[in-house]
Design a protein around this ligand. Structure first.
Ligand SMILES: NC(=O)c1ccc[n+]([C@@H]2O[C@H](COP(=O)([O-])OP(=O)(O)OC[C@H]3O[C@@H](n4cnc5c(N)ncnc54)[C@H](OP(=O)(O)O)[C@@H]3O)[C@@H](O)[C@H]2O)c1
Length: 251
């Protein structure tokens, strides 16, 4: 079984927004949280809030990721849960796909899709080693987006990157099941964070009328699903994408 108490949870993009909310939720569940972000000041603030560890990292850089893993192992000796949350979201360039430059496309893909693969590739080595030597499983939770299910104008690079995350999640789950490592994705709908509030004027009401539950989503609406996926309740759940959007999309 997979008890959350004293587990070590590594969260990328934890310098603010949803990543910080995941950090607070996991800390509240008795885990040791490592807040990793390229925004080192934000990660340090998160770590201070929860009494965790902050690490600076660029998820597109293998050497940086290896250094991050070494820091976690030096401090805690293991990684039980990885939450791949870092993404280009707040700072994304929004325009029709036929006006995007290659640099804009590649920049988003590099963090949002390659970053999830590369971070998982580096982190999973320690998870596999532990599975082989101690027969202990682990969890990977990838943060996708519900917008994959509907598409979104001016967000094609973002939507494509998150669609890739869902496919990657399924393949990783198939490869890692034998090590008792589950891999799942959470697809949040539009959720009020510092980032999304700055994205549009009507953020508080955006999409509310399309939901079955007619109120805006906050980070607290998303974190419970991450705790569930990391918990013993989800021992036999892998390769899945759980949409958490108050009933705007159904698949
Ligand atoms: N909020 C929503 O409505 C919503 C909906 C669906 C899905 N999501 C997903 O939820 C996650 C968090 O969203 P959020 O609203 O909290 O957005 P956010 O504030 O933009 O969080 C993303 C974090 O990732 C960091 N990051 C970017 N590139 C990185 C890199 N190369 N290496 C390490 N860290 C990097 C960012 O740092 P910088 O500040 O330096 O860029 C930022 O701290 C993202 O995966 C997003 O796509 C959000």
């Amino acid at each position: 079984m997979f008890d959350l108490h004293n587990k070590v949870v590594l969260i990328t993009g934890a310098g603010g927004g949803l990543g910080r909310a995941f950090a607070q939720a996991f800390a509240g569940a008795g885990t040791h949280v490592v807040a990793a972000d390229r925004n080192e000041a934000g990660a340090a603030e998160t770590a201070q809030l929860i009494g965790g560890l902050a690490v600076g990292v660029d998820v597109t850089n293998e050497a940086s990721l290896q250094q991050m893993v070494q820091t976690v192992l030096d401090n805690y000796g293991k990684i039980d849960v990885l939450v791949n949350n870092a993404a280009i979201y707040a700072t994304i360039t929004r325009k029709p796909f036929y006006e995007l430059t290659e640099a804009e496309w590649d920049g988003v893909m590099s963090v949002n899709l390659k970053g999830v693969w590369l971070c998982s590739k580096v982190v999973v080595q320690a998870m596999i080693e532990r599975a082989k030597t101690q027969n202990v499983g682990a969890r990977i939770i990838n943060i996708a987006s519900a917008t994959v299910m509907s598409g979104s104008p001016n967000w094609s690079h973002y939507v494509a990157s998150k669609g890739g995350v869902i496919g990657l999640t399924r393949s990783m789950a198939k490869e890692l099941g034998g090590f008792n490592i589950t891999v799942n994705a959470i697809a949040p709908g539009f959720t009020l964070t510092e980032a999304s509030l700055n994205l549009m004027d009507n953020a508080q009401q955006y999409g509310v009328d399309r939901g079955a539950i007619k109120r805006p989503s906050t980070a607290d609406d998303i974190t419970g699903t991450a705790l569930y996926l990391a918990s013993p309740l989800a021992d036999f759940v892998t390769g899945q994408t759980i949409i958490v959007d108050g009933g705007k999309q159904f698949i």
